[in-house]
Design a protein around this ligand. Structure first.
Ligand code: MRU
Length: 368
């Protein structure tokens, strides 16, 4: 259990004691090296997110909240109005680092509201309020991850093997994770739940992060290449699929790491339940369908060279490198949130479970 505790209680992102930096694990160096870095400047924070040193939707949101709290303390302004003009500029800059995971913009919006609400306490009280808000966001994610893992585990039975894609474990979130949370909770409770982890091309989050975390925690994990998922399903090895998410639309369409929708199509074909696990901070209540989700397009070199000693394609070859895809709601058996398990029609389930956020989101729909 000691190793399990180490994995599920890792401090992947935190605020420095004196509030002058965000300290985080550089996930691009895993599994080989566990390197903690400190970000103090806007550019370092932007790069940490863009380069996936800090990644996973909830983790990006938490990191951004701590980051803006750090940056706010560095703004030298005589009054709130001039402070806020600079604050907004830096917040918008951080927000432009990645487009798909809604947690980034949502947590920055929450920090922004906290900033404006404490305008009267400029400067010491306001800075303290921002740090407290960032810590609250982090603590809420810890609580949500545990609840999601618990609900997720209730969908499984002892002896099941579950296929997962990308990394939605402790590194991508807080403590237990979402898509991989049930594995850790099962281990803690003495249940036998095995994992198959897709390697997750092109950046190999499944191989580098998921199989590393699960193996370290003592979970029985088997790593496969993405194109082997069909075969293990056909062989009857998989009883369920569980993945995280980056943005879920109101109708249940769910954006997650590229390749997720292919897994869902296969699962449907083989009659295997496909579950999406995510906190309400990942549901975009303003977004009607998956067609409204912006998909991040990344550097073609990630396909041609990244993580390989030798190039794997001609440098001049044309590449298309979308970082995410959207799984159609018709392929999803259930969406597991911190307040419970949502079944289709997802729109109605979300409205029932999150009435305030749903109503507020509906009002905010762009163009409405
Ligand atoms: O590009 P990444 O590594 O940030 O993509 C991460 C994912 O797709 C995760 O599955 C998702 O953010 C959920 S993390 C709980």
């Amino acid at each position: 259990m000691e190793n399990l505790q180490q994995v599920t209680h890792i401090d992947n992102v935190r605020l420095a004691e004196d509030g002058s930096a965000v300290i985080y694990i550089d996930q691009t160096q895993l599994p080989g090296r566990t390197i903690y870095k400190e970000a103090r400047q806007p550019r370092e924070m932007y790069d940490a997110i863009y380069q996936l040193q800090v990644r996973g939707a909830p983790c990006i949101g938490i990191f951004a909240a701590y980051s803006i709290a750090v940056l706010a303390a560095g703004i030298d302004a005589p009054d709130f109005d001039s402070f806020y003009a600079e604050y907004k500029k830096q917040s918008d800059y951080l927000n432009s680092s990645r487009p798909t995971a809604v947690n980034l913009s949502k947590q920055l919006a929450r920090m922004d509201a906290c900033c404006r609400a404490n305008a009267g306490a400029y400067r010491t009280g306001l800075l303290e309020a921002l740090r407290a808000e960032a810590r609250a966001i982090h603590q809420e994610d810890i609580d949500m991850c545990y609840a999601i893992s618990d609900y997720g585990l209730s969908l499984l039975k002892d002896g099941d093997t579950v296929l997962t894609h990308c990394n939605a474990g402790p590194l991508a979130t807080s403590r237990y994770g979402t898509g991989q949370g049930p594995f850790y909770l099962a281990k803690e409770r003495g249940m036998d739940i095995k994992a198959y982890a897709d390697e997750t091309r092109p950046l190999l989050q499944g191989a580098r992060l998921t199989s590393y975390e699960l193996q370290k925690a003592g979970v029985d994990v088997t790593l496969i290449c993405d194109n082997m998922a069909s075969m293990v399903m056909k062989q009857g090895k998989i009883q369920a699929c569980m993945v995280g998410c980056d943005r879920v639309a109101r109708n249940g369409d769910a954006a997650n790491k590229i390749g997720t929708s292919g897994v869902a199509v296969l699962a449907k074909y083989y009659g295997i339940p496909f579950y999406v696990l995510g906190p309400s901070s990942t549901i975009d209540f303003t977004c009607p369908t998956g067609d409204d989700i912006e998909i991040e397009l990344r550097d073609p070199d990630e396909i041609k060279t990244k993580f390989y000693a030798e190039p794997v394609a001609l440098p001049e070859v044309k590449c298309y490198n979308p970082a995410f895809d959207v799984t159609d709601h018709s392929l999803i058996t259930a969406i597991v949130t911190e307040r419970g398990i949502c079944y289709p029609p997802f729109d109605e389930s979300f409205r029932r479970l999150f009435p305030e956020q749903y109503a507020a989101g509906e009002k905010e729909v762009p163009g409405k």
